[in-house]
Ligand binder design. Structure first.
Ligand code: NAD
Length: 258
């Protein structure tokens, strides 16, 4: 097969959770630019609709749906809505995240709130969407983790800033999503479903100048991640071009941990 055909997502129905967020938006755009039909789903349907309309104006096939992944009924409703409107699901990009904990000493109630969305809810939506993909005769699941699921924080990045310290819940659930990738790749074996994970580095979003300076000094490519960095990787894993990549976690950090 021609490599352009291998990378094409034509006729693929793709769900991206948190598609209106930082990484989510560029993931949605990349998948739609590769000719996929993309559904962005998050708690705030209004924000989702704005994102979808923005992409529709560029000629991309993007739709918005609502889901709160910490609410089982909401996850089931999303599954039903996808089936009703599109008849199947080929690809699930598990990208939503909630950050209720703000620092090391934040309340344990915040840790529990985080787990409700980022652990229990994440597992619930993964299992339900995997079920839908299996019933649709197979496809691809892409978990979005973080380099913080693989390494501890480099506190020197925060020196000279008022950003405080990074919260523990994030390091806990980002590591979990990497190993649940391997678990699911095995559990779904023989069902024509591949499960992979991408662990990106920090996305540039106008962080304090000193932080960006501290951070970029440690990255061989010399900058934080931007809009075009994850698109190609996510399209590869979603498409037939990635047909023999399974159970893998790909670190995308510009060489920071090389
Ligand atoms: N921002 C970064 O620098 C960075 C770095 C490395 C990895 N990541 C990873 O990228 C992914 C997205 O992060 P981001 O920073 O772009 O996120 P973001 O905060 O910009 O967006 C998160 C999205 O998740 C949605 N969401 C939150 N709770 C939800 C729930 N209960 N149900 C459904 N949707 C919910 C929000 O509505 C929002 O659209 C995450 O997996 C994160 O770990 C981000």
């Amino acid at each position: 097969m021609n490599v352009k055909d291998l990378l094409s997502l034509k006729n693929k129905i793709i769900l991206v959770t948190g598609g209106a967020g930082l990484y989510g938006k560029t993931i949605v755009e990349g998948l739609a630019e590769a000719d996929g039909t993309v559904i962005t789903a998050s708690r705030n349907i209004e924000q989702g609709k704005i994102t979808a309309e923005e992409f529709q104006k560029k000629g991309l096939d993007v739709h918005a749906m609502q889901v709160d992944q910490s609410d089982h009924n909401s996850v089931i409703l999303l599954k039903q809505n996808i089936l009703q409107k599109f008849g199947k699901l080929d690809v699930f990009v598990n990208n939503a995240v909630l950050r209720p904990m703000k620092s090391y000493n934040d309340l344990m109630e915040k840790f529990a709130e985080s787990m409700e969305v980022n652990a229990t809810g994440m597992m619930d939506i993964l299992r339900e969407m995997a079920d839908l993909i299996v019933k649709s005769k197979g496809g691809s699941i892409i978990n979005i983790s973080s380099m913080f699921g693989m390494f501890g924080p480099d506190l020197s990045n925060y020196e000279g800033t008022s950003m405080g310290n990074p919260p523990p819940d994030y390091f806990f659930h980002r590591a979990g999503i990497i190993n649940i990738t391997r678990y699911l790749a095995r559990m779904l074996s023989g069902k024509n479903v591949r499960v992979n994970c991408i662990s990106p580095g920090g996305f540039f979003s106008n962080q304090p100048e000193r932080f960006v300076e501290n951070y970029c000094k440690k990255v061989p490519v010399g900058r934080m991640a931007g809009n075009d960095d994850i698109k190609g990787l996510v399209v590869l894993l979603a498409s037939e071009a990635g047909a023999y990549i399974n159970g893998e976690n790909i670190l995308m950090d510009g060489g920071m941990h090389a």
